[in-house]
Design a protein around this ligand. Structure first.
Ligand code: NAD
Length: 268
């Protein structure tokens, strides 16, 4: 299959993907499963996430579907516990879940601001903390508080956005959350280095998903023109980048970094 970068790259591994019922999260879950991972797909609604899990093709191991609100501490604690109960391990987490409530600062309610922050930033923090608290830190302790040099693949991929750099109008909450997620990525990389977890973020430009549909056709055409590649990305293109970030053969010496996948819309 032409979507495979390396056959069975993740066989025997468990990966959590949040926001996996549609869009980029679904494509990421599909790609990781196609590369052999047992994927735990997390999204808000049990029926939607089960349907999405049923649509994953070519998985060696059937994905697990888990309903959880990533901004709710109890949900995240329970979701991570369930994954460990069912699979016994967690190798990687891809924090994709996200929402927008676009409107200019003067019209933005504090409730919407907090909601956007809590889904993106809160959700990323909670999964980052819980996977370590329930799994990676206990392994580190069992190892006499010594670095886990056991050659097991461990990673976190967080979702930022080009808008963190670009300061998109109407997105003060979203851009703040994405900028903060980039900072969280660097701090986590340092704090989790003893667990030998590679922690990186991806900052996409516009991607053809339901989230982008809100921008309208004219807006999408305008966005295409601001990229050097003259297009909006398809979710599978981002998913392939995530596979590379999850795969130690590709990114084994990369941690604490933000990978810009934006078609040349912004160059740091
Ligand atoms: N589409 C783009 O152009 C674009 C560009 C840059 C970055 N991103 C980022 O990529 C990620 C995915 O975006 P997308 O375009 O696939 O969005 P999408 O709206 O298509 O999908 C988001 C998914 O997250 C889920 N979700 C929302 N809130 C949740 C919560 N509280 N708990 C659990 N699940 C929740 C939704 O139900 C949905 O299935 C987001 O973090 C987004 O900010 C998207």
């Amino acid at each position: 299959m032409d979507l495979i970068l390396r056959e069975n790259a993740f066989l025997g591994e468990t990966h959590i993907v949040t926001g996996a019922a549609q869009g980029i999260g679904f494509a990421v879950a599909q790609s990781l499963a196609l590369h052999g991972a047992q994927v735990a797909m997390v999204d808000l609604d049990q029926r939607r996430v089960e349907e999405a899990a049923g649509q994953v093709e070519g998985a060696a191991v059937k994905p697990i579907a888990i309903a959880a609100n990533v901004s709710q501490e109890d949900d995240v604690v329970a979701a991570v516990g369930k994954v460990l109960e069912e699979t016994g391990q967690i190798n990687g987490v891809v924090n994709v879940a996200g929402i927008t409530r676009d409107t200019r600062i003067t019209k933005k309610s504090y409730d919407d601001f907090n909601l956007v922050m809590s889904v993106h930033l809160g959700g990323t923090f909670l999964f980052t903390r819980e996977v370590a608290n329930q799994h990676w830190h206990p392994l580190f302790k069992e190892n006499g508080n010594q670095p886990l040099d056991d050659a097991v693949n461990r990673f976190i991929v967080n979702f930022s956005s080009v808008s963190a750099q670009n300061g998109n109008v109407g997105q003060v909450d979203y851009t703040a959350a994405k900028g903060a997620i980039e900072s969280v990525t660097r701090t986590t990389a340092r704090e989790y280095s003893g667990y030998r977890v590679r922690v990186n973020a991806i900052a996409p430009g516009p991607v053809n998903t339901p989230m982008l549909a809100g921008v309208g056709e004219q807006g999408i055409e305008a966005m295409k023109k601001t990229t050097l590649l003259g297009k909006v990305a398809e979710p599978h293109e981002l998913a392939a980048t995530v596979v590379g970030m999850a795969c130690p053969m590709v990114s084994g010496y990369t941690t604490g970094q933000v990978f810009a996948a934006n078609g040349g819309m912004y160059m740091a």
